[in-house]
Design a protein around this ligand. Structure first.
Ligand code: ZN
Length: 116
């Protein structure tokens, strides 16, 4: 049971279906050391399906909850902020002071390797 602060995200390069969306492909949540633990969208969906787990984004002084919703184009679960379309909705938007692209290499692997 945990609460995750998502601090970075990447979008998939292609739309999920004809006329569909570029879904978030990866998100990174903050670890105890201020870095990002990068997971796939599917992994984050699994995390959020565990009872008691939740996630949020911040931006522009606002906080938005991250929810799992089903896409009406590809019928796969994806991540969306609630409320949508705020300054804190930085899963998809790159507003000033909000989250950034995640590194393509999962940083937690490097971190684990460094302390092992
Ligand atoms: Zn979709």
């Amino acid at each position: 049971m945990a609460r995750y602060h998502i601090i970075c995200s990447n979008l998939s390069a292609t739309a999920c279906a004809p006329g569909g969306y570029q879904h978030v492909s990866h998100v990174g949540y903050q670890n105890a050391y201020g870095g990002a633990i990068v997971v796939t969208r599917e992994q984050m969906v699994e995390i959020l399906r565990e009872p008691g787990n939740s996630a949020y984004t911040t931006g522009g002084g606002e906080t938005a909850e991250v929810k799992v919703v089903r896409c009406d184009k590809c019928s796969k679960p994806f991540l969306r902020t609630e409320p949508d379309d705020t300054k804190a909705d930085n899963l998809r938007k790159r507003t000033a002071g909000s989250s950034l692209r995640c590194g393509q290499t999962p940083r937690w692997r490097r971190f684990v390797a460094a302390v092992a």
